[in-house]
Write a protein that binds this ligand. Structure first.
Ligand code: GDP
Length: 289
């Protein structure tokens, strides 16, 4: 559903251009024709929420996904400040337009989540925010000016899980249970470059077992229809099998094998964000589409 950017107008920032020919570019052009025609008229509205402890790479991933700096002036608080911090909600909206099709993308970040020493109630602010958006939409929908409603309901939540633990933390379980009936949760394992292949496999399995054990409802991709082509069926099967997605984000372009790629440079080599052999970033993006 979410598309990639050809022209981005981000609040005060100047418009940036991204070439549709660049590798990894995902655009409205890739949508089926019918959807495309409908959306030309109306445009899309999509609200993505990102939740997870600070430092797990949320803003880096969002920047990698939408090729724009959503938080150019972000100030990261020190530990002393974080002790008593409450969760804030920061919504940034980008208007993306590609060949006349509009997408209004809102990314809702939740700084402060998991930062306080006692964070039992730290997700209450997030839940109130989700509820308020539903209520506002319902209110607008029952009003007179229904044609021009702005839909700020949270459509999807990327929930960032730490790669350093042994699975879900109590806070992860509590939070996901609190929102699973309101929002589509897509669990992602952050900073997957810190895990070996074996560790990834083990952590994915553990998280899936815990999700089942606690009765947490995560987003399930619908099965491919029986009349879809084999490639599409295979892609859907692969996406389903990869959840929770192991992702890597980066704000840097690095020279690798003679071309510039988005990646992270280590003494032993480059982790490429858009290389499916290195991590599930592309799968996550495909699913979002
Ligand atoms: P946020 O607080 O969750 O938004 O995290 P940031 O995006 O600010 O990232 C925190 C730190 O982690 C920064 O130093 C990033 O460069 C680094 N980082 C972000 N993504 C990754 C990743 O995929 N792998 C690794 N190893 N580090 C990352």
């Amino acid at each position: 559903m979410v598309a990639y950017c050809c022209l981005i107008q981000f609040q005060q920032q100047p418009a940036q251009f991204t070439n549709p020919e660049t590798p990894g570019y995902v655009g409205f052009a890739n949508l089926p024709n019918q959807v495309h025609r409908k959306s030309v008229k109306k445009g899309f509205e999509f609200t993505l929420m990102v939740v997870g402890e600070s430092g797990l790479g949320k803003s880096t991933l969002i920047n990698s996904l939408f090729l724009t700096d959503l938080y150019p002036e972000r100030i990261i608080p020190g530990a002393a400040e974080k002790i008593e911090r409450t969760v804030q909600i920061e919504a940034s909206t980008v208007e993306i337009e590609e060949r006349g099709v509009k997408l209004r993308l809102t990314v809702v970040d939740t700084p402060g989540y998991g930062d306080a020493i006692n964070c039992r109630d730290c997700f209450k602010t997030i839940i109130s925010y989700i509820d308020e958006q539903f209520e506002r939409y319902l209110h607008d929908e029952s009003g007179l000016n229904r044609r021009h409603i702005i839909d700020n309901r949270v459509h999807c939540c990327f929930y960032f899980i730490s790669p350093f633990g042994h699975g879900l933390k109590p806070l992860d379980v509590e939070f996901m249970k609190a929102i699973h009936n309101k929002v589509n949760i897509v669990p992602v394992i952050a900073k997957a470059d810190t895990l070996s292949l074996k560790e990834r496999e083990r952590l994915k399995k553990r998280i899936l077992d815990e999700i089942e054990e606690h009765g947490i409802k995560i987003y399930h991709l619908p099965d491919a229809e029986s009349d879809e082509d084999e490639d599409f069926k295979e892609q859907t099967r692969l996406l389903k099998a990869s959840i929770p997605f192991c992702v890597v984000g980066s704000n840097q372009l690095i020279e690798a094998k003679g071309k510039k790629v988005r990646g992270r440079l280590y003494p032993w080599g480059v982790v490429e964000v858009e290389n499916p052999e290195h991590n599930d970033f592309l799968k996550l993006r495909t699913m979002l589409m």
